[in-house]
Design a protein around this ligand. Sequence first.
Ligand code: DX5
Ligand code: ZN
Length: 211
Amino acid sequence: MKNKMLISPSVLAADFLNLEKEMEKVKTADFLHLDIMDGHFVPNISYGPDIVKFLKKVSKVPFDVHLMISHPLKYLDNFKDTADVISFHIECDDNPFEVIDKIVSMGKKAAIAIKPGTPVEEAFKYIETGKLYMVLVMTVEPGFGGQSFMAEQMEKVKVLKKKYPDLLIEADGGINNKTIDACREAGLDIAVAGTAVFRAENPEKAIENLR
Ligand code: DX5
Ligand code: ZN
């Protein structure tokens, strides 16, 4: 039987007025997913590194930081005390090889993310550096929570798991009790879930159900 799916709740769907209590609700999660947006790479602005620092004080879960920003190189240092895994988009304006090297030199786990319109083949040359911990496959257009899952993106997960069985694959966007089965079938390792966890009546139970 396949291992349990790892769950990374996305803070974007949390109650921002009660973040400390929200962290308590997801303490059984495998990671905490933190969406950083710059209003340029994506048409939305979320929260920044200072909020992530406050969250770090009240959460023991490893931090999975997802940078949806045009210039990751400029901001990586801001996550040196908080991030465990840092993913950035290969569609950004910096040189992805340089970004990977910088993340690794910080002692962090490096990951690349790909938007729905980016062919999976474009990830291969970065994976083949042997420096990546994870690849994040977007299952919605990045920028907003609460969108519908793009099932066809699971083809990318299948291709990646077949070609690189030891690499961790994460999917992000629209994952809930209905869409998680397609993720499991595709061989996904880590599921990000915002709405499905933080908006659930019982987030701890929602995490367990998704697993
Ligand atoms: C979208 C973000 C996601 C988002 C997922 O740009 O990267 O992490 O929070 O939210 P749900 O699970 O609600 O689709
Ligand atoms: Zn995300």
